[in-house]
Design a protein around this ligand. Sequence first.
Ligand code: PBG
Length: 331
Amino acid sequence: MRPVNKMNYPKLRMRRLRATKNIRDMVRETTLSKDDFIYPLFVKEGIKAPEEISSMPGQYQYPLKDIVSAAKEVVDLGIPAVMMFGIPEHKDEAATSAYDEDGVTQKAINVIKEVFGDQLLVIGDVCLCEYMSHGHCGIVEGNQILNDPTLELYGRVAVTYAKAGADMVAPSGMMDGQVGAIRYALDEAGYQNIPIMAYSAKQSSNFYGPFRDAAESAPSFGDRRGYQMDYANKNEALRETEQDIVEGADIVMVKPALAYLDMIHMTKEEFRMPTAAYNVSGEYSMVKAAAANGWINEQKVALEILTAIKRAGADMIITYHAKDAAKWLKE
Ligand code: PBG
C-alpha cells in the first residue's frame, strides 16, 4: 500500500473525519445526483390504462395516450433522460413492427419529444426481441440466430427512431458489428449527430427475468447465450467494448451493474469513455421484494447500490429506482 498515512494510531484517528454529518459530507468522495439517472419507460400497444408489472412493483407499461404524463413525472423530478422500450400488438418473425414508422415506440418517442423538446433526452433501445414472435434479438433460421441479416434491421430501427425525434439510440441485441451498422445507417440517412450508447459488455444474465415480463420478450426456445456474453469473462468484456468503440460508440455500457462493479471499474479505467451502467430489472425487484418483507430499508439500500455503481466508475445509471431516488435525494 502507498504510504499515505505518515503516522499511525494513536496520533492518527480515522474517526475524526466521521464525527458529524457536515464533516462526513465534506470528505464524501462519491456524490449521487438525479443528473446521473436514465429512467426506462415501457409503452404498450392495445392497453387502455397503465398496467403495473407484477414482477417489478412500482413500474408500469403505459398506453400511448398516457406516455406524455409518464414522461412529465420524469421531467418534473429533474431526471434528464428516459430509455424507451415498446411492446407492439403485432409480433412476427421479421420484427416488422420494430421499424414501422408508425410503430408504438416511434409514436411514443415522437410525442414525448414534441411536448418536452430539449427538457428530456429520449434514448431508443434498439433491439428486436420485443417485436419478434419467438422473442430472440435477431432473425431466426432453424435454431440459429443470424448475425449479418439482423444488422440491416437494427439499422432500420435506429433510423426510424431518429426520424421520430430520438436524441440517441442504444443497441442492445448483441449481434457482432451492430454499432458499426447502426452508425452507417444513421449517417446514410442524414443523422450524423445522433450518438450511440452501446450495450457493450452485456452479459447473458439471469437478472433480466422481470424485464422480460415487462417487455414480453422472453425467448420461446433456447436462451441468449449464443449472443450475449458469458458473465464469467472479463477479458472478453474488454474486447467487446473496444470493438464497439472502434465501430463508433459514443457511450459504452456495462449491464447488469450491481454484480458487475469490477467490469464497470475496469471499463472506465481502460477506456476513459463516457460509461453507463444498467441497474437491471432483477436487481430492482430483489430490493423491492426484500423491502416489502421488511428485511431491508428500501431507500437506504437503493441509494447505497446506486452510489456503489457510481463509485465503481459509472457516469450515468439506467435505473428503475430513478424516480424514487430523485425524490429521496431532494429530501
Ligand atoms: C433487450 C433488452 C433486455 C434488457 C434491456 N434490453 C433483455 C434481454 O436481453 O433479455 C434487460 C433490462 C433489464 O433487465 O432491466 N435485448
